[in-house]
Design a protein around this ligand. Structure first.
Ligand code: ATP
Ligand code: MG
Length: 396
């Protein structure tokens, strides 16, 4: 296969005895991300993964940049453990990297060689390799200058068990932990800007996400549902597939509207959402809920509201955006590719039932009193029975 890439990961190197499991997960996730694009083989050398593939290089790098857990992707040469091969590999890597710099003609290129010898049976030490490879490059590449502090090109030589890897030029990955390495959680996914970003951030910490969406058919139509599916498709781009549970919420909203104080409506709807999500989480072995809530954004997101809502479940509620500004959230949404879909105009179920003056300091006791007017368990189980589950794949 034509191209070889060295995959460097960060934190999973720190996980001690769990390390092989994390590496295995990352390898699986990489294979899944490349599935269908061409031939690819993922293997492991100590502390690194190696991808060999005939997939177009730009496409492959773009795909790897959506796999959580990858910190750097390096197009690399896999070479025999021989000095001559390392020299000519370094020269080739140097040429490619310098071409990418687009410096004005005649401008000297500064460089540094950084060798690491983890295979101690290789005769030259790392400092010796630095000097030898550096000297070879100076002799064979006109206009080079050494700069050990701030080089234009960093040529790396890694001496491993069976091969030497030589590369220059780092492509940053998105970091985080491999999805699936931190268990599963249930994302409350509206059609808004915030919750897709919250889901993405949870995934970045290695959490496998399933989504629940509360739908108020016929008040909210097929288009708003399609928008949520599209958001799932976009999130699935980072993990291959997202399971979406669409929960029918209309009856609950109508009952709350009919029987409970108007200013508590939002609190009560949220409490119902959390109860339903917790039940689905129980069925699906999810260990936490994830929401796009953010302190102070709206009346339902004061600390009082958040606590009046959270008490209905024992599950931890992860709120990755809790202290972010809206501008930061929007910037992140643009970066991960969900923003344009999030701002499509279709109504969310909650906006339809919004009170004119929602309570900003509701208490759990007040909410519980209001709920005495509702046939709580019946409403919850009727809603759950109508749940429709679908698996949504990334756009291929
Ligand atoms: P978002 O942009 O995610 O809609 P928001 O700022 O509009 O957030 P709210 O409408 O108060 O905030 O919703 C707070 C959180 O509750 C959302 O981030 C989401 O996690 C959850 N949520 C709200 N509406 C729904 C829904 N229809 N289905 C699933 N979850 C929802
Ligand atoms: Mg919303």
């Amino acid at each position: 296969m034509d191209n070889t890439y060295l995959i460097r990961y960060g934190e999973i190197g720190l996980k001690g005895k769990n390390r092989p499991l994390f590496e295995r997960r990352l390898m699986d996730n990489i294979s899944r991300a490349l599935n269908g694009l061409g031939r690819a083989r993922v293997s492991r050398v100590y502390g690194r993964l190696v991808v060999e593939s005939d997939i177009d290089s730009a496409l492959l790098v773009e795909s790897l940049r959506k796999v959580f857990g990858i910190v750097w992707v390096n197009p690399t040469l896999r070479l025999p453990l021989e000095l001559e091969a390392i020299y000519s590999g370094a020269l080739r890597a140097m040429r490619d990297a310098a071409a990418g710099l687009r410096l004005p003609p005649g401008e000297p290129v500064t460089f540094k060689v950084e060798a690491r010898r983890s295979n101690k049976s290789f005769p030259q030490t790392s400092p010796e390799l630095n000097a030898l490879v550096g000297g070879y490059l100076l002799d064979h590449y006109p206009g080079l200058r050494v700069d050990v502090h701030n080089p234009d090109v960093l040529v790396r030589v890694e001496i491993r068990e069976k091969n030497a890897f030589v590369y220059a030029g780092d492509v940053p990955g998105i970091g985080g932990l491999p999805v699936g390495s931190s268990g599963r959680a249930l994302l409350l996914l509206s059609g808004g800007i915030d919750s897709p970003v919250a889901g993405w951030m949870a995934m970045k910490r290695g959490i496998e996400i399933e989504a629940v969406h509360f739908h108020s058919f016929p008040f909210t139509g097929e288009k708003s549902l399609e928008k949520v599916r599209e958001l799932c498709r976009l999130l699935a781009g980072y993990t291959a597939r997202i399971r979406l549970h669409v929960i029918h919420f209309t009856e609950i909203q109508k009952e709350i509207q009919l029987r409970c104080p108007e200013e508590l409506r939002v609190t009560l709807m949220r409490r119902m959402m959390f109860r339903l999500a917790a039940k689905v989480a129980g069925q699906r072995g999810a260990l936490a809920l994830v929401t796009g809530e953010c302190v102070g954004q709206v009346a339902s997101q004061t600390l009082e509201s958040l606590s009046a809502i959270s008490v209905v479940t024992d599950l931890p509620v992860l709120r990755p955006l809790v202290c972010m500004d809206k501008e930061e959230i929007i910037e992140r949404a643009q970066l991960i590719g969900t923003f344009a879909t999030s701002i499509l105009p279709y109504e969310d179920c909650c906006t339809l039932f919004l009170p004119r003056h929602p309570a900003t300091r509701p208490t759990a006791a007040e909410a519980a009193r209001a709920e005495e007017q509702l046939a709580l368990e019946e409403l919850l189980s009727e809603s759950l029975e109508k749940t429709v589950t679908e698996d949504i794949k990334a756009r291929g």
